[in-house]
Design a binder for this molecule. Structure first.
Ligand SMILES: NC(=O)c1ccc[n+]([C@@H]2O[C@H](COP(=O)([O-])OP(=O)(O)OC[C@H]3O[C@@H](n4cnc5c(N)ncnc54)[C@H](O)[C@@H]3O)[C@@H](O)[C@H]2O)c1
Length: 328
């Protein structure tokens, strides 16, 4: 197959490209940033999804499109950029795709379309109402609509995968990681909450700060520890490729992620033990993060079988952290 992978410089896209090349496919990458991939069956278009010329070049000769690239931000000031990349970008890309008529389109959506952290019921399944609360979630929902519009009007079968929160195990214990820093590390969390203007949360976090880097068990205002899915990128890639190869996935929408959510009261002590970092517990204002998302549909229909438990991820993360410390 000749496959276009957007977001080819990103966490998920770069590894999907590598797997597809390993399997002998011709692959085109499309991203704002160049990747480091160098392979005789790989070509790359560096540009923005909403740039018609770049998009036309990217779709040329492709038999399948994996639209995995997107801009991710939760800062109110980024709304404009989110709509340009994720809504206009998806429309322009699919207008060009409709010209070349690939056999299949896969779109990376997100649990933010429900959103999972403000659920009407648990576990969140694919029938849950779609009521995003962030600009990012809204752009993913609009992206889904655009994908279905092109499926109806141009007849290209599409699969929507609503991604779980996804990380490389190696970034799990890296305070500079976009995701792990603010989620697990005290100082990065303070900076994030300052940027979001959450003064009460900043005060509670600062109250436990003795100047040393520390891990944080985040809990809600009633002391309920956060709970959410954290899926290893490798499991996500397995799911994406299953959906690409399965005729049954055409026209379907699936939650894609780990089967079991991560309880922060269990995972953070394990992270602290593996790193010797101090562990703080902070009750943050509000209802906090607490959800479980069902991946039953993709397991039952396509045979998805995630393998990376949080314990396995943490042990790999600790080794990666130790290796980084040795180099520094
Ligand atoms: N990682 C997660 O936790 C998570 C959760 C839910 C959904 N998703 C979705 O999964 C997909 C992959 O996520 P990821 O973790 O690999 O993200 P990532 O940020 O690592 O990669 C996204 C890539 O898209 C590129 N990009 C952004 N805007 C662009 C534009 N306008 N034109 C061209 N390229 C652009 C970026 O340069 C980046 O390389 C995204 O669509 C994301 O919205 C991710």
């Amino acid at each position: 197959m000749a496959i276009l992978v957007t977001g080819s410089a990103g966490r998920v896209g770069s590894k999907v490209v590598q797997r597809l090349l390993d399997e002998g496919n011709l692959v085109t990458g499309f991203d704002l940033k160049p990747s480091v991939i160098n392979h005789r069956n790989y070509r790359e278009v560096v540009g923005s999804f909403d740039d018609r010329t770049a998009a036309a070049n990217a779709v040329e000769g492709t038999t399948a499109i994996l639209h995995l690239g997107a801009f991710m931000s939760w800062l109110p000031a980024d709304a404009e950029k989110l709509h340009r990349a994720n809504v206009d970008g998806t429309r322009v890309l699919l207008e060009q795709a409709a010209r070349v008529k690939p056999e299949r389109i896969l779109f990376a959506s997100s649990g933010e379309v429900y959103p999972e952290n403000v659920p009407d019921y648990l576990p969140v399944d694919e029938e849950h109402p779609l009521k995003p609360r962030s600009s990012y979630g809204l752009t993913k929902l609009l992206g889904e609509e655009i994908v279905r519009f092109f499926e109806r009007t141009s007849g290209i079968p599409a699969t929507i995968l609503r991604f779980s929160h996804t990380q490389d195990a190696a970034e799990l214990l890296d305070p500079s990681s976009f995701f792990s820093g603010p989620r697990f590390f005290l100082h990065a969390k303070i900076r994030q909450q300052e940027n979001l203007g959450n003064t009460a949360a900043v005060q509670r976090l600062m109250a436990v700060d003795d100047g040393r880097e520390a891990l944080v068990v985040s809990r809600n205002e009633n002391g309920r520890p956060f709970k959410m899915h954290i899926t290893d990128t490798r499991d996500m890639i397995d799911g994406i490729l299953l959906a690409l190869k399965s005729p049954k996935a055409a026209g379907r929408t699936y939650n894609l992620g780990a089967t079991t959510p991560v309880d922060f009261a269990e995972a953070l002590p394990l992270m602290a033990k593996m790193t010797d970092l101090p562990l703080k517990t902070v009750d943050l204002p509000g209802s906090g993060v607490y959800y479980e998302t069902s991946n039953a549909r993709i397991r039952e229909e396509l045979g998805f079988d995630p393998k990376w438990t949080i314990e396995r991820m943490i042990s790999e993360a600790a080794a990666a952290r130790a290796a980084r410390a040795k180099v520094a």
